[in-house]
Design a protein around this ligand. Structure first.
Ligand code: 5GP
Length: 260
């Protein structure tokens, strides 16, 4: 038996070589980090839920024509994705002031922004993912102007779609982070949505109570992070009432339990 090759290990995910060229297996861990990995912990069951939520969102985005790397879910913690050349930019979309923009500009958390705001950060853990302007992206050649037009257009479409999707389950989409990558076809490349969309990289507030249903529960020591992630999945119809994922079998867990 050959062991599959690990391509990359990040804070919340591991990427393995996929079964065919141009594919990867994305494995979702329960590990959680915050403040540039200064705070570390685990959120029990997070990987299973994020795998499921991300599958759901990426599948639906595909249906409305937002190209993305998702191919199919393989088991409870893994999904098959297209291999992309990651663009080293975090795209943050904001509808309501919270987190770093509130700190940076002194805007009270919870204040509605006059219009949706897109911010860019340079993806570099050692530098703490600093905020950058589009001029930096052009100057250092991280993405072309054409790619940036596609990225901002896709980010707005994702926001419109997700804001509606979450509003329908009484959740306010405050902000979120996206990552994009290039796929090549001969000499030509195009940009598609990559990474994941889950409560790890979104701020989700209950519309009635204002309760936080995302990773801020972990970042801010609020407790109840497992329940919050489960609640999002449950409202999306991805969990049974007893909290177990619907229609999924965790093959690796199953094999472990059977000692294989
Ligand atoms: P902020 O800039 O306020 O810290 O984050 C804005 C939004 O982007 C939040 O929803 C946050 O979860 C997400 N975000 C920003 N940077 C990262 C990151 O490095 N990892 C993850 N998982 N989410 C991020």
């Amino acid at each position: 038996m050959t062991r599959r090759r690990q391509i990359y290990e990040g804070k919340a995910k591991i990427l393995y070589e996929g079964p065919e060229p141009g594919t990867l297996i994305q494995y979702f861990k329960d590990d959680a980090t915050a403040f540039n990995a200064q705070k570390k912990g685990t959120i029990q069951g997070k990987g299973v839920i994020n795998n499921r939520i991300s599958e759901y969102v990426f599948t639906r985005l595909n249906h409305i024509g937002v190209p993305n790397h998702f191919i199919r879910r393989l088991n409870m913690r893994e999904q098959l994705v297209r291999q992309v050349e990651i663009i080293p930019i975090e795209v943050v979309v904001r509808n309501v002031a919270a987190g770093s923009i509130s700190k940076r500009l002194g805007i009270p958390e919870g204040e509605m922004l006059p219009h949706t705001l897109i911010e860019y950060c340079y993806k570099d853990d050692a530098l703490g993912d600093p905020l950058i302007a589009e001029e930096h992206i052009a100057c250092f050649g991280w993405a072309s102007n054409e790619e940036m037009q596609d990225i901002s257009a896709m980010a707005i479409r994702v926001n419109d779609f997700m804001a509606g999707m979450f509003a329908a389950i009484n959740i306010r989409l405050v902000d979120f982070k996206l990552e994009f990558g290039r796929i090549w076809d001969g000499d030509y490349s195009r940009v598609i949505l990559a990474d994941e969309i889950s409560p790890d990289g979104c701020r989700l507030w209950d519309m009635t109570s204002g309760e936080k249903l995302d990773k801020d529960r972990f970042r801010r020591d609020l407790g109840g992070e497992e329940e919050a992630y489960q609640e999002v999945a449950r409202r999306l119809g991805l969990l049974q009432d007893d909290g177990s994922p619907s229609e999924v079998l965790d093959l690796s867990q199953h094999r472990k339990l059977r000692g294989k």
